[in-house]
Design a protein around this ligand. Structure first.
Ligand SMILES: C=C1C[C@]23C[C@@]1(O)CC[C@H]2[C@@]12CC[C@H](O)[C@@](C)(C(=O)O1)[C@H]2[C@@H]3C(=O)O
Ligand SMILES: O=C(O)CCC(=O)C(=O)O
Ligand SMILES: [Fe+2]
Length: 327
């Protein structure tokens, strides 16, 4: 039984959104990076500067790993509520439904949120699939940030990847399930929010979904565009920590999920974060002569603690910005 598709649906509990997205803008605008392209590093840097987001193809994570984990995840989500409840509470890690975080955010969603370093055990098959997938995606995330370092012409190619590779790296992994919402079909021009708008707090997030629509990103001009699904591709988000490490040269991307009324969505996201004790500051080699950090000094623990006290849509970095010097 899928818990969220109950017949007595109180739509007032959820966020409804009038559709303001420009669906036709999507194909033309979202950068697609081919990892086998020798110039990938420069395209990645450009995409991170302009969008904080890109699609990655030829990424060498086998599609079989993705579909296996998708199948195992669906087996979990099909369990009875009481079975799934054994994996509660979601705070900080475990099974959750309808509530995102602990500050009142709601969505048309159920999910598994787990520590990726190391992975806990739910079921043997889920664990095997998740371990294989997370291992491959973690390796890829390191490759991507090394390309970023090269593209930014940094001498220390591993300046960012060493944080993700650290044995104390604070990485997590999430599988989201957005059941279809047929009750929404009659409400034309309205969409149900699956996951409200937010930026990811970490360094980098790598997302894979089935072929359902729903993910939207916010462009620099404030317009929302839908991301056409591609179940063989991976999508990369710049997180808040990478925004700080590049002193604002990259911007973390605002994104959200609106529910497809007819099709369930399954997404899996790897969030690569640094060790809790790590100071999050602009990388010195990226600062021009005389350029100062736009941000106060803080550790990942301090940022994460503040982030988890915030609501999804809050601009979390605001409290960590240096106040502008008044003239
Ligand atoms: C409302 C919240 C959920 C979140 C923690 C927070 O207080 C603000 C950040 C949210 C977010 C967004 C990206 C990831 O999905 C996530 C796991 C994260 O690290 O930050 C979630 C948090 C969550 O679902 O607990
Ligand atoms: O489910 C998705 O496609 C995106 C979810 C998301 O942004 C998140 O889990 O942080
Ligand atoms: Fe996200």
């Amino acid at each position: 039984m899928v818990v969220l598709s109950q017949p007595t649906l109180d739509l007032n509990q959820y966020s409804l959104l009038r559709s303001t997205c420009k669906p036709t803008a999507s194909f033309a605008d979202i950068p697609e990076i081919d990892l086998s392209d020798p110039n990938a590093k420069f395209h990645i840097v450009k995409a991170c500067e302009e969008f904080g987001f890109f699609k990655l193809v030829n990424h060498r994570v086998p599609i079989e790993l993705m579909t296996k984990l998708e199948d195992e995840s669906l087996c979990f989500f099909k369990l009875s509520e009481s079975e799934k409840d054994k994996a509660r509470p979601p705070h900080p890690l475990g099974y959750g439904s309808k509530n995102i975080g602990s500050n009142g955010d709601k969505g048309w969603i159920e999910y598994l949120l787990i520590n990726a370093n190391p992975l806990p055990i739910f079921s043997h098959d889920f664990l095997c699939a998740a371990t294989e997938y997370v291992t491959a995606v973690k390796k890829l995330s390191c490759e991507v940030v090394e390309l970023i370092a090269e593209g930014l012409k940094m001498e220390r190619r591993n300046a960012i990847s060493k944080l993700l590779n650290d044995e104390k790296a604070d990485c997590c992994f999430r599988v989201n399930h957005y059941p279809p919402c047929p009750e929404m079909q009659g409400l034309s021009g309205r969409n149900m929010i699956g996951f409200g708008e937010h930026t990811d707090p970490q360094i980098i997030s790598i997302l894979r979904s089935n072929n359902s629509t729903g993910l939207q990103i916010c462009l620099r001009d404030g317009a929302w565009v839908s991301v056409p699904p591609d179940n063989g591709a991976l999508f990369v988000n710049v997180g808040d920590a990478l925004q700080v490490m590049t002193n604002g040269r990259f911007k973390s991307v605002k994104h959200k999920v609106v529910v497809d009324p007819n099709r369930e969505r399954v997404s899996m996201i790897y969030f690569g974060g640094p060790p809790l004790s790590e100071k999050i500051t602009p990388l010195p080699e990226l600062l021009e002569d005389g350029e100062e950090s736009l941000y106060k000094e803080f550790t990942w623990w301090e940022y994460k603690t503040a982030a988890y006290k915030s609501k999804l849509a809050d601009y979390r970095l605001g409290a960590f910005e240096k106040s502008p010097i008044s003239s």
